[in-house]
Design a binder for this molecule. Structure first.
Ligand SMILES: [Zn+2]
Length: 261
């Protein structure tokens, strides 16, 4: 691994004033946390090399080992957004994700539509799942994916208070809807761009079989497979309460934080 790839860089974020308004806490230590947090130093600088982050929601489940096997065979990493009680029930899968260098994030306790529930319930969902995940991994998550991608000011405030950056996506092959492995593969490859965050689910039988092909095809196209924290590691890291929809691209070298409503 090149030394220059390990050097952390600081850039001036274009959305600095927005960030100052919504997140007064320090940047998360995106590139220096422990391997179990999936935040090893990035193998590449995603401002220079095209990167893509595959993310898997709603697990772990009985289908998680198939996803992990595919990632391990191709020496790739991904990001898993866990339901807290599922993590408690399938601890071995969560620990395997950590050992593999995958990133692990919070995906609530009961998977509600957070914009439709009271603030206290939002706080409960984020905080309880974070504690449940930490009780398994030993590391409190620093990233969070809202169920259904639904967020508003209330959700961002709760995420900020819980120390969680909010991660949505810009590539959705809708694996949860059609359960068609070939369609998942085609849809991702048709839509992915450098800096892309792809949402998948390791809770359906039809999703894991798409992973080996996606890894091969994305690699063949020159993409580096990275975790979500790695995607932002060389462009200022991630901050609690800020929404991230996709990472930096080699074209603009900049992060767009979807922190605009
Ligand atoms: Zn979900």
């Amino acid at each position: 691994m090149a030394a220059r790839a390990l050097r952390r860089r600081t850039v001036t974020l274009m959305t600095g004033t927005v960030l100052a308004a919504v997140a007064s806490t320090a940047p998360l230590q995106a590139a220096s946390a422990t391997p179990a947090g999936g935040t090893r130093p990035p193998p590449v600088d995603c401002r220079v090399t095209p990167c893509v982050a595959l993310t898997f929601d709603d697990g772990p489940s009985d289908y998680t080992p198939a996803v992990l096997g595919a990632l391990e065979r191709q020496h790739a990493v991904a990001t898993f957004f866990l339901i807290g009680p599922h993590a408690l029930r399938l601890r071995a899968d969560v620990l395997r994700e950590g050992r593999d260098g995958d990133a692990i994030g919070d995906h609530t306790v009961t998977h509600p539509h957070l914009t439709l529930v009271p603030p206290a319930r939002v706080r409960y969902e984020l905080e309880t799942a974070a504690r449940q995940i930490a009780s398994v991994t030993g590391h409190r998550p620093t990233i969070f994916r809202p169920p259904f991608g639904a967020w508003n000011a209330k959700v961002r405030a709760a995420a900020a208070a819980a120390g969680l950056a909010v991660v949505t996506w810009n590539v959705d092959p809708r694996d949860w809807q059609h359960h068609d492995t070939r369609l998942i593969e085609r849809s991702v490859l048709a839509r992915v761009r450098p800096g892309g965050i792809v949402v998948l689910h390791d809770r359906y039988a039809t999703t894991p079989p798409a992973v080996p092909y996606l890894l091969r095809a994305l690699t063949a196209r020159g993409y580096a497979l990275v975790t979500v924290p790695q995607l932002f590691a060389t462009s200022g890291g991630m901050r609690p309460g800020v929404v991230y929809r996709h990472g930096p691209t080699p074209e603009n070298g900049r992060v767009e934080h979807g922190a605009v409503s």
